[in-house]
Design a binder for this molecule. Sequence first.
Ligand code: ATP
Ligand code: MG
Length: 147
Amino acid sequence: MKPGEFTFTMIKPTAVKLGKLVPILHEIDEAGFSVIAMKMTRLSRAQAERFYAIHKERPFFEELVFFMSSGPVLAAVLQKENAVEDYRNLIGNTNPSDAKDGTIRKKFAISVQENAVHGSDSDENALIEANFFFSQFEIYPHDEEYC
Ligand code: ATP
Ligand code: MG
């Protein structure tokens, strides 16, 4: 995987529970991203703490960890040129009430916390987050010969 050509996403527990997994994947596909790794899993409390460790001093950290470990998530690695920035634009502002029309969070989020999807905020974090969920044998970049 080349830096800059992939990002990591999670479809968060509420969106999965509300049946929005396939509609969100459809938006991702329509926007030109290729799914190169994907799994449904449920984070333990400890895993959610580790994934969001950067926010551990924030007042919402406890609630965020509780929420992110409350049910299954869909984790995926997405390939596209300029993936991190394009995906952040596709998902929209963290707070759905500030998100632009047409963005995934505007369409599917129910609150700033239960905001439907996660998207990496840098190429460096995209790699860290992809490696958090997937081994090298579970990611299938389109530029590699495997079929
Ligand atoms: P993510 O990292 O999930 O893609 P983001 O980068 O848009 O979201 P961050 O600032 O990294 O936003 O916040 C991480 C997550 O913490 C948010 O997606 C949201 O679920 C939760 N969060 C952020 N701000 C708040 C808040 N003020 N109150 C409650 N939850 C919040
Ligand atoms: Mg973030």
